[in-house]
Write a protein that binds this ligand. Structure first.
Ligand SMILES: *Cc1c(COP(=O)(O)O)cnc(C)c1O
Length: 397
């Protein structure tokens, strides 16, 4: 059994704060500070350029990738970390389209995170030969998969409502129609068990700063099924993905492994922070995590519905259909969330009226859930959210 009291003790969360936003930015592990100081003093300062060999900086894309891979059901050697999720989405969709060159349809849904859709728009402009992006309602995606679709690009867990797509059904239908699937696991990795190899997934991408706690802007990841390693064409053909980067050949030749999805020199300081965050996950059984997340989410929903009848659950009521955050709609959601934050309960807000609460068992327990519900009740009851300063929109919501 995973000892969640122990994992909780491994994070540095300010005294008195209830942090329900690990679905947006994970908190800082206590090990982060000594790790970054040691990186500065014992690696960069002393090793300088030798560090690429002596500290194995060059291959951390792969060693950290394998650690992330364990959390999404990917066998070693199929996942690398680096770049940003937006870039990894571009890379995966471009590679997917090249596998099905006679088709011109990319299928996503109108609940997908906008950057995923924007990156596809940009990619289609570059290709300039009749591609279309379809964005039906999320519930209609399965029915829209047919023989005209080249790539299905979907995010497993909806960033607003927490509604889950059925990965198995989508992959099976796509494959039976000759399409490939790109999964965005931004709200799945470290939130729910995923089994990309078991489901015969093609591509998966995600970020490490949400549930995985790698720090603001920590590197993204990309998974490519082993059967595709020698056939995928890297559209972003950087030297770090070359078969022999130090041959400094003038012509690009992709590595014959997942390394071909590497692009350019990564931030090793960011890797160090990610590394200590991923070490915490070695103690975690994902099935334990899932049960606990459901238990805490159910408690939160029950308490909020009992105390604040004006709030409407925006997430599926069936826990099996949800990821690991819970969303409530409230007309004055923005101001209400600002009042909550001022009272030490941190969630966030997504336009037009959704308040999101990340339920992250690594560092949240039932006491936190009760305190958050009580604080929310107090704010609604006293209408604290009406204060002017809670209504002024900040740049990041
Ligand atoms: C968080 C998130 C992103 C963010 O992309 P970045 O390039 O890291 O800014 C993209 N897609 C989804 C589905 C997300 O949840």
């Amino acid at each position: 059994m995973t000892d969640f009291a122990k994992t909780r003790a491994m994070f540095d969360i300010p005294e008195g704060m209830v942090y329900l936003n690990g679905n947006s930015l994970g908190p800082m592990p206590k090990a982060s500070e000594p790790a970054i100081v040691s990186f500065l003093n014992d690696e960069w300062k002393t090793e300088l350029v030798k560090g690429w060999n002596t500290r194995n900086w060059f291959m951390q894309t792969n060693t950290l990738g394998d650690q992330v891979g364990r959390l999404i059901g990917a066998e070693p050697g199929t996942t690398v970390v680096g770049d940003t999720l937006s870039i990894k989405v571009f890379q995966a969709v471009a590679a997917g389209l090249a596998l099905v060159p006679d088709r011109k349809v990319i299928l996503s849904d109108n609940g997908n995170f906008p950057t995923d859709l924007y990156m596809v728009e940009g990619l289609m402009k570059l290709k300039a030969d009749g591609y279309t992006l379809q964005t039906p309602e999320p519930e209609a995606v399965l029915d829209c998969i047919n023989e005209s679709v080249a790539v299905v690009m979907v995010t497993e867990v909806d960033y607003r409502t927490s509604r889950k797509h059925d990965m198995k059904a989508i992959i099976e239908k796509a494959h039976s129609c000759g399409a490939v699937v790109v999964w965005d696991l931004a709200h799945s990795a470290g939130a729910i068990p995923v089994d990309v190899d078991g489901l015969d997934a093609d591509f998966a991408v995600g970020c490490t700063y949400k549930y995985l706690n790698g720090g603001p802007g920590s590197p993204a990841f990309i998974y490519v099924a082993k059967r595709l390693h020698e056939v995928v064409e890297p559209a972003l053909s950087g030297w770090y993905g070359h078969a022999a980067p130090f041959a400094f050949d003038v012509a690009y030749r992709p590595a014959d492994s997942i390394e071909r999805m590497r692009i350019g020199t990564p931030s090793i300081a960011a890797f160090k922070l990610l590394s200590v965050a991923l070490d915490i996950w070695n103690r975690v059984d994902l099935n334990d995590l899932r049960s606990r997340s459901i238990e805490l989410s159910e408690l939160f929903i029950r308490e909020v519905e009992k105390r604040c009848p004006g709030l409407k659950l925006a997430s599926p009521r069936d826990p099996q259909q949800r990821g690991s955050h819970v969303a409530f709609r409230f007309e004055h959601g923005y101001a209400c969330m600002q009042a909550l934050i001022a009272a030490g309960v941190i969630g966030d807000f997504r336009a037009p009226d959704t308040m999101r609460f990340g339920i992250t068992p690594l560092f949240i327990d039932a006491e936190d859930i009760l305190r958050a519900s009580e604080t929310l009740e107090d704010i609604i009851e006293k209408k604290t959210w009406k204060q002017d300063h809670f209504r002024q929109r900040l740049q990041v919501t």
